[in-house]
Design a protein around this ligand. Structure first.
Ligand SMILES: [Zn+2]
Length: 257
């Protein structure tokens, strides 16, 4: 009799385990089928967007000396608006500033924030990353623009003058834009343009946009010098946009220089 009970118990527990495993598989499948895969708890390795995705973990000890290519800024410090887009805080540049790299000229468009950082350095996440986005002019709707994005990492530390210039100007309502007077918010208060003009100050690699459609036509320049911002400043931005960092992606055949 006791043998029968033991067998029954064994059968029951294995049925339970199987159904658990099935449920787990179902959960994983459900997540990968959902439109927003990035938001899922179980992220399937998926290469639907290609092998040149961003962000990545930058291994600082592996980087090679830059092979002489140069970026050239033709930059007027003219920020015209601050936007609350719900998923990020964005500052818009007035048209006219450019950055050139390997004979391609990109127009400065906007900069925005991620909390925490998207790029990792030697496996370390930073509390905030700013992206300065520039693109090639769009000739027509069918061409894909090329992008040059400068990534600036922030650690917790001293109060940051540049962030103070716009933090109290961010509109409270989502999807709202507030114009700012030219000269009131100056990127020059954060970054020295001489430092920006020297490619040796960056980790460079080819990658993608970190938000849909994940277009793989981005020259990434992650600034090596880590900026400081106060915990309150970082929290103020995180309170608006939440955690909006994409997970790191495989490097595959790419190298960082
Ligand atoms: Zn970004």
């Amino acid at each position: 009799m006791s043998r029968i009970i033991t067998s029954l118990l064994f059968l029951c527990s294995s049925l339970l385990l199987t159904s658990c495993a099935n449920q787990q598989i179902k959960d994983i499948v459900d997540v990968s089928d959902s439109p927003d895969k990035e938001a899922g708890l179980y992220i399937q390795p998926e290469l639907g967007h290609g092998h040149m995705q961003s962000p990545i973990n930058i291994r600082s000890f592996k980087e090679k000396a830059s092979n002489g290519h140069q970026i050239t800024l033709n930059y007027k410090d003219e920020i015209k608006a601050v936007e609350n887009l719900g998923y990020t805080v964005q500052l818009d540049f007035k048209a006219g500033s450019t950055v050139s790299y390997e004979e391609i000229k990109y127009d400065f468009k906007q900069m925005h924030f991620h909390t925490p950082s998207e790029h990792l350095v030697d496996g370390m996440t930073f509390p905030m990353e700013m992206h300065i986005v520039s693109t090639t002019p769009l000739k027509d709707k069918n061409t894909t623009p090329s992008y040059l994005v400068i990534g600036i990492l922030f650690k917790e530390g001293k109060n940051n003058k540049f962030l103070d210039e716009f933090l109290n100007k961010i509109p409270k309502a989502e999807h709202t834009l507030a114009p700012v007077e030219i000269g009131a918010v100056k990127l020059g208060d954060l970054l020295d343009s001489k430092e920006l003009n020297d490619v040796k100050n960056f980790y460079h690699y080819p990658g993608s946009l970190t938000t849909p459609p994940y277009t793989q036509t981005v020259q990434w320049f992650v600034f090596k010098h880590i900026m400081e911002a106060s915990p309150e400043q970082i929290e103020a931005i995180n309170a608006i946009e939440g955690n909006n960092a994409r997970h790191i992606q495989g490097i595959f055949a790419r190298s960082v220089d």
